[in-house]
Write a protein that binds this ligand. Structure first.
Ligand code: KG4
Ligand code: ZN
Length: 344
């Protein structure tokens, strides 16, 4: 069965074809980063309008890359939430209109389930069960995943997400949107030992996080330098960036490895945009190795939002008998939606 999948929950238009037997056949992505950069963050209305512009040409490109036509497609999947309402509606209405016109079934997909299962697109892929650290711009969660559709929340952020902490701290340092990659690049030139930023909730005894205090710590460090020095140099900013990244990575790594230890499992999966962070990757791999555990990541180009993970999650749900292949007469999107709602 060949599934055409759509992602449009935020600022990436993603389209992909996944075969339930052969896996990913082709995928295409248009990132709106350059467009939103001028505003320092995602402008929802602009995001929706750009999804409208990109979705049809991207569909044609992906079908051509896969050597397929619409006649070969058996079902259409789309991100139904969580995300920006207008952006979600563009992908959902396009996917459902296409499906109705072709007499095909539709499959609504939870965006985070897409991220969570995306490491299975890598080679080697992790086997179930595993512990997953889900770190994106909007979410930070530790889940125990026993199988497709079997998700147990172990802990989550009480305020800002890890990606949000990267983005907000980067903004304070005058870096362009999206802040995560920009901050980690600047951090490479920084002295990680110059400043020590707080590691919130490290000893809370649970697997929850809190990152909202970090931006205040970054601002305080900046103000202190402004007061004590004649000017804040690029090196100063790099030192703050290095300290910020170290604080975020430390908390994420310590808590997810503790969760892994408590679960008794030996596989940790990292998914979501922050999973592209190089320090997080190397740190987790070396720390997990000491516990005799293995860390799995999605292919690096599938860490941030993409259509492949949505078509793939739909394929996995069908393959495991969780999702019925239905012809639906209506559709809806859910800007707020807990992942546990799609667990069985
Ligand atoms: O999963 P994603 O593409 O979108 C959401 O579903 O939110 O994640 C985007 C987030 C942004 O906050 C971005 O700054 C962060 O992932 N990110 C990174 C890196 N690449 C993307 N954060 C740290 N280091 C990176 N290399
Ligand atoms: Zn995402």
């Amino acid at each position: 069965m060949k599934i055409l999948g759509y992602e449009s929950s935020c600022d990436e238009t993603g389209v992909a074809v996944v075969c339930t037997e052969k896996g990913l056949l082709a995928h295409g992505l248009h990132s709106q980063i350059a467009m939103h950069r001028a505003y320092g963050g995602v402008v929802p209305e602009l995001a929706s309008r750009d999804h409208i512009r990109r979705v049809l040409p991207l569909t044609e490109q992906v079908l051509a890359d896969a050597g397929l036509s619409l006649n070969d497609i058996d079902a259409v999947a789309y991100t139904a939430g969580p995300g920006l309402n207008g952006a979600l509606l563009v992908g959902a209405s396009f996917a459902c209109s296409l499906a109705w016109a072709r007499g095909l079934p539709t499959i609504p997909v939870h965006h985070l389930e897409g991220h969570l299962l995306s490491p299975l697109l890598a080679d080697p892929a992790p086997e179930f069960p595993f512990v997953a650290l889900l770190v994106s711009g909007g979410h930070t969660q530790i889940m125990q995943v026993d199988g497709v559709g079997q998700y147990k929340l172990l802990g989550e952020t009480l305020d800002d997400a890890a990606g949000e902490a990267f983005d907000k701290s980067a903004k304070l340092l005058g870096l362009p949107y999206p802040g995560g990659p920009a901050l980690s690049k600047l951090a490479e030139k920084g002295d990680v030992n110059r400043l020590q930023l707080p590691r919130p909730m490290l000893h809370s005894g649970d697997f929850d996080f809190s990152f909202s205090g970090l931006k205040t710590a970054v601002l305080t460090a900046l103000r202190k330098m402004e007061k004590e020095q004649s000017s804040v140099t690029e090196q100063d900013k790099a030192d703050i960036a290095a300290a910020t990244q170290a604080a975020i990575v430390d908390v994420l790594a310590i808590k997810s490895l503790r969760a892994l230890k408590q679960s008794g499992l030996k596989r940790l999966v990292v998914a979501g945009g922050v999973g592209a962070n190089r320090l997080l990757r190397t740190h987790l791999v070396s720390e997990a190795e000491k516990m005799g555990a293995t860390v799995y990541f999605p292919p690096i180009d599938l860490c941030t939002d993409n259509g492949a993970m949505i078509a793939f999650a739909a394929a996995m749900r069908i393959k495991h008998g969780i999702q019925n292949v239905e012809h639906r007469a209506s559709f809806t999107v859910q800007p707020r939606w807990d992942l546990e709602d799609v667990a069985r």
